[in-house]
Every structure is written in C-alpha cells, then in structure tokens.
Write a protein that binds this ligand. Structure first.
Ligand code: 26W
Length: 795
C-alpha cells in the first residue's frame, strides 16, 4: 500500500471532490469529504485486493470461508484509514481544512447487519483474518434494512426501519457478472437407472438471482485485502414467465424480501419461512461460488475440495450448507453419496454461541420440505445413516429429525469435523450438558476457541488518548502484537503513569458527558463512577438486577440523606427484540426509575441513571473508552462468552461480574485483586435447574430490601400509571428463573466493594492498568490464530 505526504493526499482529495462530488475543498460538505476520502481509499484497496486474490489463486492457497447471517460492521472509514496507514495524513489534511475529522467520518452510516455478539464477532474476525495475512473471506446477506433503529418514546422502545442505504454505500462493489441462481420450493421427482443411480428432476421451482456485493476487508499494514461478499436477492425480469403485471410485482417483491431485512431476534428462534429462505439463499449462493472457484483455480478433482476449503459456520444459522454441498456434489457434479459425505464432513466446522434452548434452531419438517424438498431428502438420508450406529434409547436426543422438527444443532455437529464453544466455561458446559451425547460419541470433535475483539477498532481507534499513552511507554509494537501490552505491568507503581492513565479516562468521560447531554439533556457528574451495562436486553443478562441495585441505593440515600456515597452514573444501552415483551418492560422500568431518580434533588448529586437510545457499534465506540465499571452480571452458565467485557477491560474498566462466560478467563488473567466477582457459580445454577431447591418467594419474604423494591413494582413509586406487575408476578410465579433475587445480596456487596475501591484512586488506577495490560489475550488476533492452528490449518 503506498503512503502519501500531506500535499499528495490534499491534492488527491481535491481531485476526488472535483470529479466525484462536483465541488471544491472550500465548499465541500462533510458528506462530500467523506465520499472523497472513501474514493481515495478504494482506489488503493481495490488494487491490493486484486493482488491478494491473484496471490492466493497462484499459490493455490487453502482458504477459509466464514459463513454468517450477521456481520455487525459498524462504520469502516476509520478502520480502513488505520489499516491502510492513511489515518494520520488524512486527519492532518482535514484539520488543515478547518474540519473536525470525526465529524467527517461520522457521516458514514453504521452497517448494522447483525443483532449483537455473534454479528460483531464475525466482523472482528474478518479484521483479524486479514491483518494476520490469512486467506479467508466472509459470506453474508446484504440486508436492505439492518437492525432496527431504536427510539424511546415516553420511556418505551419503538422500532424504526434502518434505512442504511438511503445514501450510496461507498465500500461495496456490485459484481453482477458473478450472479448465481438459487432454487426454492417446487417438487422433486426421480428415476433410478440400470446402475442404481438416482436422477432427479425438479418442477416449478422459484428461481432467484443471488447478486454479489463485495466489500474489501483491509489487513493492518500488510498489503493483504480479503473480501466480504454480501448477497442480494433479485428477481428475474423475464417476459416469458406468464406473470401478469401485478403478479410480476408480487413475484419481484417476494424475491427481494429474501434480502429485505435482518431478523431482529437475538437468542430466540421464531421459525419463520422467510428466515429459513435467507439461510438457504446464503449457503446455496456461497457454495455454488466456492465450487466454481475451486474448478477455476485448482486442477484437482472435486474429491479434494475439502483440502482447499474449510467453511466455518457462525452458529447453526448456515447449517443448511451441509445438505446443500451434498446436493451440489451429487446432483450437479455426479459424485457418489460416500464421496460427497467425506468431502462435506471434512469441510464444515461449527461454532456454537448459546446454550439457551429457545435459541437452538428447530425447523419444522414441513417448512424445510416447502423450502427445498431435495435438501430435506438429503437431511433425511444423513440422519438415517447416522442413526444406524445409534442405540434406540439415544435416538430422541441425537436424531436430527424428531417429532416433526429438524434439529439444526444436531445436523451441524454430525456434518462438521469441529465443534467449538466460545469461552472455556461455555465449551465445558456444551460438552458436559448441552451436547453431552454427541461429545461421548466423538470427543475429538469438540474444542474451545475463546472469543476476542479487534484491538485496532476497540482500542487504537476508539481510544486514541490511551493508545498514545501506551505507545509512549512501551512503543507501538503492541498494535501488531497485542500480548505485548503486558509490558505495562512494569509501570504498576509508576505514580506518573497512573495519573496520566487517570487523565486519559477523565478526558474520555468528559467526551461521553457531552454525548449524553446531547442525546438526553441529562447533565452527569464527570467525577462520578461511570458504571456501564451495554448489550442486548435479555433476561439472562440481568439488566433487571442492575436496576434493583439502583433502587436499593436510592432507598439508602433517601433513608439516610447525609450518608457518604461515591457519586455514580449508571449508563445503559440495550435493544430488545421487537417481540420480546418482558425485555421491553425492563427498558420501560429503567426509564421510569431514571425519571424519578434524575428529578429527585435529594439524590441528584449522587446518582444519575442514563439510558442511551439506539445502542450500536458507533455508540459503543463513544461509551467504552469512558467506562469505569463494566457490568457483566449474567446468570452464571447463560452468557456463552460476552465480548463487551473484553472491550471494556481493554479500555481500563474494572469488570464487576459473575463467573460466567469469558469473565472466568478475565479473572484468571488479571487475578481476583483486579476484578469484582459475585453470585452463584454455573454449577450451582445448573444444579438448581436440574434438581430444584430454589424458592424465590422465600427470598422475597425474608430480605426486606428485596421486598421493598419488588412491592414498588406494583405501587405508584415508579409506575406513573402503568405498573410493572408482570415483572413482579413473573419473579414470584415463575420462581425467578434467572436467580435475580438469589444473587441480589452478593451483588449489592460487590457494588459496595467497587465504590470503596474507587475511592482509593491509586488502587483503582492500578486495577485499570492491570486490566489493560492483560487484555492482549482477548484480541481476536489470538482467537483467529487458535482457529487457524487447530481447525483451519491455512498457510
Ligand atoms: C435464531 C435467533 C438467534 C439469533 C442469534 C439465536 C441466537 C443468536 C446468537 C447466537 C446470539 C448471540 O449473539 N450470542 C452471543 O454470541 C457472542 C459471540 O460468541 C457471545 O459472546 C455471547 O455470549 C452470546 O450471547
């Protein structure tokens, strides 16, 4: 990748403004400047992308394809500028033009093609795969509408369409010439020839064009540019299909709906046919493309496809790729079942991201038949052959097809050579509990790959102040080798460094203070603890436990007006799936409590509650550098890993959490003196779930603090007319399935410990330093190295 002097970059910018935006540097708007800069980057990046592809093809490289229904990309301009090496010269040229670079960069819409953890992980992985110089590409869907825009109206969430493509998306290139056809529905007939081979004919299938849009994935300072291919569904516009005009419009809308909108459900499967069509659309288009590429690059028989290709499926959502590859290899390429199965089961690797039963996809048998009868036939044959070696009593828990549903996780496990969890505790739980039957059948297949985050976006770009301070102490080799952050441990007792660290945090808090005021009109106390819980709204993530503690603190101050309290600002960011009523009730409660507390002068100087609407990747980049307490308080065993915990650790926040997901590994690395742990262990939770013994009503009746809080869900303390009795009755009637009441006491104690620790500035800053220093392990570069060494085995 070439480098530019300021003079050269300025001239390039001027040239692009003239030719692409018909304007001059002096008249240019931030939008003009944004598109002009994007054009400069694309010129360089596309060149390097071609060279990278050519190199991979010439070297006949083995490649990984990362298949995901979600890629939560956010903005790309700043990470593209950093990875190309153009960031500082671009900043300087804009500043010389009297512009605030961030205002220009923030012209870019977030590409919110994902719900939460799973989608963002996929985006971080692509950045690390490219930055490690590995031959790997992403495949997803180019949703016309991404994750809904959240608006809070009188304390309640409403959803607006995410019209992210209202302006052209500068990072995509439409590649119509590489369009492939995906067939849906219809009926299948077959004949058997004299050699016992079956020949299939398909009738009145719906044909859909899968049109690729390619987005370059730039490696960090290494002249590697990989690709993310996003498929768009388009209808054929043929005249001979006998459709009248109206039908034709319906047909076209029907087709385009396939890539119309991202399903906003996170952790609960809603079983809609359109969602299933999206999954098949992605895998069929991608596999046809990979087969085509294999043939054009390698002079090898298809029986060696798996030697040049490994496909990582991001949860069960792309599992239909397994029967689809079988279909293509047998029906279109003429391979035998045996050959096809050997290739397929040596190509796919499955990552599980959740143990929540409601999130494990089970598609109705009839719906899969409706989707594509041939694919169902193949699933049935895969299952028939698998069940041959299974004893009668195990069938119920192992059979892919059972009771009229197709268990996608079982098909994924049977059809993959690797099954991994996303944190050590989670991988243990799926081996010991969730998929224990399969584990006993084939222990080798099961492994752990602890999640990670790209430190280039979540530290280098989001927190330039901290990055500069780190580099000033240990040099900048940490950017390429994040484990070198451990060198910061040498400065644990360096008062100067500790106060510089504190100064960086204060600056970031002042920035967030402005953002909060701008978005909510709330003036927060910058000397208060910034206590942050940002993630999707879900009962197992226990935002409700956080609110219960806030109400308790409010009671304490109201009861003891003179009590010394370390001022605290509770910051929430969370979207609830539109159909998830209780989650929306918790959002309403947070706003009701905030409304009372923020307008109560008795407590105003000591606690404030802030809910920032429309939490997304870009807002996270504003909040995380200012975070001091990282709330990771899920019911132990239920958060597979978490990645927000890693992002806040890397930005010097102290984790306050349960021994769940990756919190366990954060605790291992920083040591119990530098983290605040509370609550039931995962074993105890699983024991309660399997063997009972927990009675929430008893806790309610015996713990006065809890009774007072819960009773206020029913009276008019917070309720301005609409009570929260659903939450109240759910906790008592359904016996508090997420153990909120059970963990309340140790949680309150943990929050007290946090306040006490925070009062000791040196101690707190040392805790902050140790978390930053030990965060290198949680870079997705380490995670991808693990995937490559253990699963992908790319050069
Ligand atoms: C079928 C609907 C649906 C959609 C998304 C079910 C489940 C999902 C995802 C698996 C949910 C998800 O994002 N899981 C999160 O994945 C992260 C990345 O591995 C983990 O860090 C989080 O702990 C996990 O909740």
């Amino acid at each position: 990748m070439r480098t530019f002097t300021k003079y050269e970059f300025h001239n390039l910018l001027e040239d692009k403004l003239h030719k692409q935006r018909m304007t001059t540097v002096n008249e240019a708007t931030n939008t003009d400047l944004f598109y002009a800069i994007a054009a400069i980057i694309n010129d360089e990046v596309h060149q390097t992308a071609l060279e990278t592809m050519k190199r991979h093809h010439q070297n006949k490289e083995r490649q990984v394809s990362y298949l995901s229904l979600e890629f939560l990309i956010g903005r790309l301009i700043e990470s593209n500028l950093i990875n190309t090496g153009f960031k500082s010269v671009c900043d300087e040229v804009l500043i010389d033009l009297g512009k605030d670079p961030r205002h220009v960069y923030h012209e870019e819409e977030d590409a919110a093609l994902g719900n939460g953890g799973l989608g963002r992980l996929a985006a971080c992985f692509l950045d690390s795969i490219a930055s490690l110089g590995l031959a790997g590409n992403g495949f997803g869907i180019r949703y016309r509408y991404g994750l809904f825009e959240q608006r809070i109206v009188s304390g309640e969430q409403i959803e607006l369409p995410d019209n992210w493509l209202k302006e052209p998306y500068p990072w995509e290139t439409r590649k119509f010439e590489e369009t492939v056809i995906v067939n849906f529905g219809g009926t299948v007939d077959y004949t058997i020839d004299e050699h016992d081979n079956m020949h299939f004919t398909f009738n009145n299938q719906e044909k859909v064009q899968a049109v690729p849009y390619d987005v370059s994935i730039v490696g960090y300072h290494n002249d590697v540019v990989n690709n993310l291919r996003l498929w768009k569904a388009e209808a054929f516009n043929r005249v001979d299909d006998g459709h009248g005009y109206d039908n034709r419009l319906n047909y076209m809308n029907n087709v385009e709906r396939i890539s119309g909108v991202l399903y906003p459900d996170d952790e609960s499967d809603d079983g809609k046919l359109l969602r299933l069509k999206q999954q098949y659309f992605l895998v069929s288009a991608t596999l046809q493309t990979l087969i085509k590429r294999f043939k054009s690059i390698h002079e090898l028989p298809l029986t060696q496809f798996h030697e040049k290709n490994v496909i990582q499926i991001n949860d069960t959502h792309p599992t239909l790729g397994i029967p689809e590859l079988m279909r293509i290899l047998m029906d279109e390429e003429g391979l035998s079942w045996k050959e096809a199965w050997y290739i397929t089961s040596h190509t796919f690797a499955y990552t599980n991201h959740t143990i929540m039963q409601e999130a494990l996809e089970k598609w109705s048998y009839d719906l899969v038949k409706q989707l594509n009868p041939r694919v169902l036939m193949i699933i049935e044959e895969i299952n028939r052959q698998f069940c041959l070696d299974i004893s009668e009593d195990q069938l119920k828990d192992l059979s892919v097809i059972d009771d009229g549903v197709v268990h996608m996780s079982r098909l994924a496990i049977i059809g993959s050579f690797s099954v991994n969890g996303v944190a050590a505790l989670h991988s243990d739980i799926i081996k010991k509990h969730t998929f224990n039957d399969f584990y006993q059948l084939d222990e080798e297949k099961f492994n752990n790959k602890t999640n990670g985050i790209t430190h280039r976006r979540w530290l280098l770009n989001a927190n330039p102040g901290l990055s500069r301070l780190i580099t000033s102490k240990i040099g900048d080799s940490w950017i390429a080798h994040p484990d070198q952050l451990r060198q910061l441990l040498d400065f644990k007792d360096d008062e100067n460094f500790l106060s510089e660290l504190d100064a960086v945090k204060v600056k970031n808090k002042q920035h967030l203070k402005k953002v909060i005021f701008q978005k909510t009109g709330i003036e927060v106390n910058e000397n208060s603890i910034f206590d942050v819980q940002i993630k999707r709204l879900h009962e197992y993530k226990r935002q409700l436990l956080n609110v219960f503690h806030i109400i308790y603190l409010y009671h304490e101050i109201k009861d003891n007006p003179t009590m010394e309290v370390q001022p605290r600002t509770f910051i929430f960011g969370a979207k609830a799936a539109p159909g998830y009523k209780r989650a929306k009730e918790i959002i309403r409660l947070i706003h009701a409590v905030a409304n009372v507390i923020n307008n109560d002068d008795d407590v105003a100087d000591r606690i404030k509650v802030v809910f920032l609407e429309n939490y997304n990747v870009s807002l996270a980049e504003d909040i995380i550098p200012a975070a001091e307490i990282s709330e990771q308080i899920s019911t132990a065993s239920m958060e597979a890993s978490g990645t927000g915990n890693m992002k806040m650790m890397m930005n010097g926040a102290v984790t306050l959490g349960t021994m769940d997901g990756a919190n366990v590994e954060i605790d291992e690395r920083v040591g119990r003196d530098h983290i605040i742990i509370f609550g039931l262990s995962s074993d105890k939770v699983i024991d309660y779930q399997n063997n009972g013994g927990y009675r929430a009503r008893e806790v309610y009746q015996t713990d006065e603090r809890i009774k007072r809080i819960m009773d206020e869900l029913n009276d008019d303390t917070f309720t301005n007319g609409k009570s929260f009795n659903d939450l109240y009755y759910h906790l008592l009637k359904d016996n508090d399935p997420y153990f909120i009441l059970r963990d309340f006491d140790t949680y309150v104690d943990a929050e007290k410990r946090a306040a006490a620790l925070y009062n000791d500035k040196k101690k707190w800053n040392q805790m902050s330093l140790v978390n930053i220093a030990e965060s290198g392990y949680f870079s997705s570069d380490r995670t991808i190295k693990d995937y490559n060494e253990d699963i992908w085995k790319l050069n």
